[in-house]
Write a protein that binds this ligand. Structure first.
Ligand SMILES: [Zn+2]
Ligand SMILES: [Zn+2]
Length: 131
């Protein structure tokens, strides 16, 4: 299964998702992704590879030993890792195919912001009426 950044410069491939999908609400994910929470999944290093554009990657060490890798052209957050750990933390929203799994949890909701509401809101397939 392939994943890529917004501009297409960086492409990666995973063989499997090895730790369940979850939504992380921590403050650093919120800032890094400019989003209320980030959807992530663990992929064993041997099941992850860069296919293209590795020279376009930048990384930011958001806490000691934790590097967040993103495209230096378009800014998409792609994966994070701690070098001592066996899992790469893939940003599920950058996958180009349906992983065939659903998220199992929200984590770090203690960091939720007051304006966050993701249930019971009206939903539209495209723009809202009257826009
Ligand atoms: Zn890009
Ligand atoms: Zn987080």
């Amino acid at each position: 299964m392939k994943g890529s950044c917004l501009c297409g410069a960086v492409v990666y491939e995973i063989d499997s998702i090895d730790r369940p999908i979850g939504h992380c609400h921590c403050q650093t994910c919120r800032k890094a992704h400019s989003a209320a929470f980030a959807t992530t999944a663990g992929v064993l290093r041997e099941h992850f590879r860069w296919l293209q554009g590795q020279d376009r990657l930048s990384s930011y060490e958001s806490s000691p030993g934790k590097k967040r890798h993103f495209c230096s052209v378009c800014g998409s957050q792609l994966v994070a890792e701690r070098e001592a750990q066996p899992f790469m933390i893939v940003r599920v929203a950058t996958l180009d195919e349906d992983p065939g799994m659903l998220p199992v949890q929200h984590i770090w909701t203690s960091h939720d912001v007051p304006w966050l509401a993701y249930d019971d809101l009206p939903a539209y397939p495209e723009w809202q009426p009257g826009r």
